[in-house]
Ligand binder design. Structure first.
Ligand code: NAD
Length: 305
């Protein structure tokens, strides 16, 4: 099998000074891409900044014969990051929204600053970078975006209300971008990775971390953003340690009650088993699915098409 290549394409990797971002950057450069290595170079809690993190990765890529430029802006300044790609390489094809920080604290002790910083880097940052790349993608009728969620966002995790909210936000962001981008051949997927990095090195034991190299997340991302992927979009993928799986929403059978005075809290409790019955699940993919259920169950006139 010939290898998937990215020659003449430009990949912007945010937070590429270490961890997963560095693994993406070096991989794409080794497969022929021009790479923008963005990193603010601060601590894992979002304090400080430095050009060193990005520079080290750029030097490494160049030493191996690859093409890369550094950018030291915060992802909050997405225009400047995409500008770096346009100035250095004349185009942008792929955006990997990867930069991230943690401000873990129990909800009782959460400070506004912990909430806001997480929001700024993960939610606003991903938005700003995608927003700046979007006109280029639309114009060239080609674009690929990977956003980065987390198991904490999908399932919740103690001490991470701020991070969970921002990370599940990446899922909704992805789903809508996928729908808006489809017409322009802009495919957008979201991953919930698990990998050894400075984010996880103090949480997981060394023997577990050993099998969780960032390198084992990269191939899925590369497959999703390659031009040979023409249909996989709006997908939510868990990836790490060699395991790759897709997630989706599942809706229970549910209870459809008459919309009259009989619709009381007690009536709902009587149907509680149906509300929780996942033996006949459905898999909704858009807001219209719910209205469809009502139309079907109550024989409502269908909404104007
Ligand atoms: P990491 O700390 O090694 O890498 C994150 C990088 O982002 C750092 O180099 C940091 O300097 C950079 N960064 C932080 N704020 C920035 C900003 N405002 N602008 C530009 N760069 C900034 O961590 P990682 O584990 O490689 O994480 C990468 C992504 O994966 C993050 O979004 C993280 O939330 C997510 N994630 C990681 C795991 C995991 O198991 N490692 C699990 C779930 C989600």
């Amino acid at each position: 099998m010939s290898e998937l290549r990215f020659d003449n394409q430009t990949v912007v990797v945010t937070g590429a000074g270490g961890g997963l971002g560095k693994a993406y950057a070096t991989f794409f450069a080794s497969r022929g891409a021009n790479v923008v290595v963005n990193d603010l170079g601060g601590s894992h809690k979002g304090e400080g900044n430095s050009s060193r993190a990005a520079d080290v990765v750029v030097d490494e890529i160049r030493a191996a014969g690859g093409k890369a430029v550094a950018n030291y802006d915060s992802v909050e300044n997405g225009e400047a990051i995409i500008d770096t790609a346009i100035k250095a390489f004349g185009r942008v094809d792929i955006l990997l929204n990867n930069a991230g920080i943690l401000r873990d604290v129990s909800f009782k002790n959460m400070k506004d600053q912990d909430w806001e910083l997480i929001y700024k880097v993960h939610t606003y940052g991903a938005y700003k970078c995608a927003r700046a790349a979007w006109p280029h993608f639309r114009k060239q009728k080609y674009g690929r975006i990977i956003n980065t969620a987390s198991a904490a966002g999908l399932f919740g995790n103690f001490g991470q209300t701020n991070y969970s909210a921002a990370k599940l936000g990446q899922v909704g962001f992805t789903e809508t971008l996928a729908k808006e981008g489809a017409k322009y051949n802009i495919l957008v997927n979201v991953i919930a990775p698990i990998a050894a990095s400075r984010m996880t090195e103090t949480i997981l034991p060394p023997e577990v971390l050993e099998n969780l190299k960032p390198d084992w997340v990269v191939p899925l991302v590369a497959a999703l953003v390659h031009s040979s992927n023409t249909s996989e979009t709006g997908g939510i993928f868990e990836v790490g340690g060699g395991h790759i799986a897709k997630l989706r929403w599942e809706r229970s059978k549910g209870a459809l009650l008459k919309t009259d005075a009989s619709l009381t809290p007690g009536a709902i409790l009587q149907k509680w088993n149906d509300v929780n019955d996942f033996s006949q699940p459905s898999y909704p993919t858009g807001p219209a699915d719910f209205l469809g259920l009502l139309e079907e169950g109550q024989k409502l006139p269908s909404a104007p098409k």
